[in-house]
Design a protein around this ligand. Structure first.
Ligand code: B4P
Length: 183
């Protein structure tokens, strides 16, 4: 199976859920920028203090800050990885390319999790995290469309993109994902 993967998709599509399971079963490093940022907020580090208000509004944290987090993790890890929620805009994608070429690595597959807005919203409201209220979710969807969705064309043009239907049970999606990654 491919060892260097990237998960793309709108908020609530199940990136974190599926990435966690796949990383555990395949022994990959699961690198979720959302989780890492929330850990910084929790620990009240200077980085977390900077990120907290931005995340609460559903905006993107600064590229430099996110990149510093990813860089330090990837530089210390030689095995396979699964990037979840990063990159989230073209500048981050370009920075990632530069970082990976300096490490002599490359992205092997990009998985796009697709799901209708109505289901996304329902899932996020059901979870109820600090940034999971109707107003902030609406903003996260706008930010996704404006800043992250262009990455779909970017990775499709590079021949790296696979689309995965994000509807259904967690197990059903997991099975579809496994089938997609066999080759
Ligand atoms: P993230 O932590 O990346 O969260 P997300 O996109 O909202 O959720 P995800 O798609 O992972 O959904 P999940 O599996 O959890 O981002 C949060 C914030 O961090 C951003 O708004 C931004 O501020 C900041 N940030 C993160 N990365 C950044 C970056 N690179 N640059 C700048 N800022 C960044 O699933 C959601 C819910 O659905 C869960 O409750 C789950 O249990 C449920 N669920 C999942 N699959 C399901 C299924 N099949 N059926 C029913 N429920 C399901």
């Amino acid at each position: 199976m491919k060892q260097r993967l990237l998960f793309l998709g709108p908020p609530g599509a199940g990136k974190g859920t599926q990435a966690q399971r796949l990383a555990a079963s395949e022994g990959l490093l699961h690198l979720s920028t959302g989780d890492l940022l929330r850990a910084e907020v929790q620990a009240a580090t200077p980085l977390g203090q900077e990120a907290e208000a931005v995340m609460a509004r559903g905006e993107l944290v600064s590229d430099a800050l996110v990149l510093a987090i990813v860089r330090s993790r990837l530089e210390q890890h030689s095995g396979g990885w699964l990037l979840d929620g990063f990159p989230r805009n073209l500048a981050q994608a370009e920075a990632l390319d530069g970082l990976l070429s300096s490490l002599n690595q490359r992205i092997e597959r990009v998985i796009l999790l697709e799901l209708d807005d109505a289901v996304l919203i329902q899932r996020l409201l059901g979870r109820g995290r600090a940034d999971d209220n109707a107003e902030v979710i609406a903003n996260r969807l706008v930010v996704y469309r404006q800043q992250t969705a262009p990455l779909v064309d970017h990775y499709e043009a590079l021949g790296l993109l696979s689309r995965l239907d994000g509807a259904g049970s967690i197990e059903a999606i997991e099975a579809r994902l496994a089938a997609l990654l066999v080759d």
